[in-house]
Design a protein around this ligand. Structure first.
Ligand code: GLC
Length: 702
């Protein structure tokens, strides 16, 4: 029997109260645990989350599952958690792992994440976070995959496949868990970069910039979607029929359910969008929320609203059917719920170590390397290691990390000591600097680990000034003024403006918050054992005054370029999207299209020659962009539509090919139809969004 038929059979047997129970996601803590266990036995909740550390009650989640199975319907409860970029083994934050431009790596990473999470009864994660972000002031830029629609879309489907498996039947396997792409939609465009603030986005931009990643995630099989805290174009996104029912369910075709963000139903009263919680419940349920996260409004008012005819029973049945189908796809009735692990005994498997180190390596972007200062020469006799993150462990985990195990993380200074065993490596505790640096000390190289604490990014943690945190610039500049060669490593949750330290450093390695494998990957890159694999998934501004700044605005005013400039600073970024150096050099040449003209439903093949003209092997991330030269809706000056990571030996060259068809050339028009318009297209290929070579082809009107 298919999921649909089975779900309908269960639905038929349920009372109204039991149906509404499935639409409630409850918050469990130590205080309400016993009451909640009783509530599960009465079928009052279909899902729950907790932020508590129940390590003193290791079988807690099995107890909760058993309580739900004792309910009259026996429908098992679903335990969801924010396993955003790692459970025990922590991967780079979204912004970091996006720098890999490597969907295969994402899929592998999220498969491991799913395996570790499900080993503790977590069969639903509130990830991947797909909010396109072009404002580094916003704290949650850390969680998403950056500023670009195409890159985020590829990461979205890879993350869903990793978590759920590629085939629908995979989701029932013990090691697979339900994905929950979030926050639908436009959250990353909050005014002022201030979290949960107002958002205004035109329908054209909403459909063509913010919607595609969620569409990709739903096409990849995502079984749930989460709304958000913000309001968009005059409506709370957690109470908008157009956003929830029309865009997600009708346009997106979600085969699953919509869960609200935490407490957003009750918040409608504060939003001045409902007079009281009962009306808020009516609005949220009728506009398309299927499961109410932690506001308890559905539990309190929904049954009464159905009896009063204000919420049709058909809406309840639709929501419950969606939830039941997902639980059946998850094979929840037969899942084993293992006890919580003792984290103190956690050891990193070689697979977990290898994947997390490789992810961190590919998340690390080399932004500057004057006179090939990196990799560090083996002849250096003494090196200072300085800065707040030289000895860090947990700080490498980033802003969403509820269960990361930090005792398996070796501080980067200790790894460097092992790898550079002929070099004296000393920790420069800055407060001792006078006593150390004052002497005629022949240490000439300092590796300075700068950056942000994880609590400086993430939910609620917005900043207005993109400089390095207080004190770090001064230390870097003082080291440079003493004649030291400074190698800067930046551990951060957002792109920071480094413009003031650039004259004082010889190299910049940007590692974001790189996770468990971060220190090892950084040490490998610094010593030349491996090369920096990252390319920027987000623009690095010169100043916050330039925000919003991203690589592909519509920017049609090229006829009057002076209009687009500032009088006081450049309008150009410090480092552009897609940028990242390697330890070798590549030459991009000979761009060709296999046909100069194609029909609307045909594809064109674009090829370029990539040659390694440096003196060691290396990886190139070849990027393909388009511009729709004339269109009925103004299109961005450039749009990423393909990327490939290739490795070339010294002197080796390779032809790289991209295929551009309807999916890549089309866009949503004013009516919401996805169309490919006839006319000329310019196609660019390069190693970042600025340094490209290009050619043209034409789409015929037939
Ligand atoms: C939070 C976040 C959301 C998270 C949810 C559950 O407030 O907005 O991203 O998944 O609540 O913790």
């Amino acid at each position: 029997m298919g999921y649909e038929a089975k779900a309908r059979e269960i639905l038929k047997s349920m009372t109204l109260s039991e149906k509404i129970g499935q639409m409630n996601l409850g918050l469990i803590n130590k205080e309400n645990l016993n009451d909640m266990l009783e509530a599960f036995k009465q079928g009052k909740y279909g899902a729950y989350l907790t932020y508590e550390d129940f390590s003193d009650q290791r079988d807690i989640h099995n107890k909760i599952m058993e309580a739900s199975r004792k309910s009259r319907t026996g429908i098992p409860v679903l335990y969801g958690k924010d396993v955003i970029h790692g459970h025990f083994t922590v991967f780079p934050i979204g912004l970091g792992i996006a720098a890999s431009f490597n969907p295969e790596l994402i899929e592998k990473s999220f498969a491991l994440i799913a395996e570790e999470a499900s080993s503790e009864g977590i069969f639903w994660t509130f990830a991947p976070m797909l909010d396109i972000a072009r404002d580094p002031r916003w704290g949650r830029i850390a969680e998403g995959f950056g500023e670009d629609t195409y890159l985020t879309s590829r990461m979205a489907e890879a993350a869903v496949w990793g978590l759920q498996g590629r085939n629908p039947a995979d989701l029932g396997k013990q090691e697979k868990i339900l994905a929950c792409p979030k926050h639908f939609i436009g959250y990353g465009a909050v005014e002022g970069g201030r979290d949960a603030n107002t958002v205004e986005i035109s329908q054209h931009t909403l459909m063509n910039v913010y919607f595609p990643p969620f569409l990709a995630a739903m096409k990849a099989g995502a079984g749930s979607i989460m709304s958000g805290y913000h309001d968009l174009n005059g409506e709370p996104v957690s109470a908008s029929y157009n956003i929830l029912t029309h865009m997600i369910k009708e346009l997106g075709g979600l085969d699953g359910f919509i869960v609200s963000d935490s407490g957003t139903t009750s918040q409608l009263v504060k939003y001045r969008y409902s007079t009281d919680e009962k009306q808020a419940t009516e609005i949220a349920a009728n506009t398309g929320i299927d499961m109410d996260m932690c506001s308890f409004c559905f539990e309190k008012y929904l049954e009464k609203l159905v009896e009063e005819g204000k919420v049709p029973i058909e809406r309840i049945d639709d929501a419950v059917l969606r939830i039941l189908k997902v639980k059946l796809r998850l094979n929840l009735w037969n899942r084993e719920v293992e006890p919580l692990k003792d984290k103190n005994k956690f050891t990193l498997s070689s697979e977990a170590k290898n994947i997390s180190v490789e992810a961190a390596r590919q998340a690390s972007a080399l932004l500057m390397n004057k006179e090939s200062s990196l990799p560090l020469s083996k002849d250096i006799k003494k090196i200072y290691v300085a800065g707040p993150y030289a000895k860090a462990r947990r700080e490498y985990f980033g802003c969403w990390c509820l269960d990361g195990v930090d005792h398996v993380v070796e501080p980067v200074i200790d790894i460097l000591k092992r790898k550079l065993d002929n070099t004296e490596i000393r920790h420069l505790d800055y407060f001792l600097s006078e006593r150390i640096l004052g002497k005629d000390d022949y240490i000439d190289t300092v590796v300075y680990f700068a950056g942000e604490d994880p609590d400086r990014s993430g939910e609620r943690n917005n900043i207005a000034n993109l400089r390095l945190p207080e004190g770090q610039e001064e230390q870097i500049i003082s080291l440079s003024n003493r004649g030291k060669k400074v190698i800067l490593v930046v551990v951060a949750g957002r792109p920071l403006s480094l413009v003031r330290v650039i004259p004082h450093v010889s190299a910049i390695l940007y590692v974001f918050h790189p996770g468990t494998g971060g220190p090892e990957a950084i040490a490998q890159i610094l010593t030349g054992e491996a090369e920096p694999g990252g390319r920027l998934p987000v623009t690095v501004p010169v100043s916050e005054g330039q925000i919003p700044i991203y690589y592909n605005p519509i920017q049609v005013r090229s006829d009057r370029p002076e209009h687009l400039k500032y009088n006081d600073i450049t309008d150009k970024p410090l480092y552009c999207f897609g940028y990242g150096l390697t330890y070798t050099d590549f030459k991009v040449s000979d761009i060709k299209v296999d046909r100069n003209e194609i029909k609307k439903n045909e594809s064109v093949r674009v090829t370029v020659n990539i040659e390694n003209v440096g003196d060691r092997s290396g990886e190139a991330v070849v990027q393909c962009y388009i511009n729709d030269c004339v269109s009925s809706l103004l299109r961005p000056c450039k749009e990423l539509k393909g990327f490939k990571r290739i490795t070339l030996g010294k002197g080796e060259s390779k032809i790289v090919e991209f295929t551009l068809g309807e999916e890549e050339l089309g866009f949503f028009d004013h009516k919401g139809d996805f169309i490919v318009e006839p006319g000329s297209f310019r196609v660019f290929v390069g190693l970042d969004c600025e340094n490209t070579i290009d050619t043209y082809f034409t789409v015929l009107d037939e």
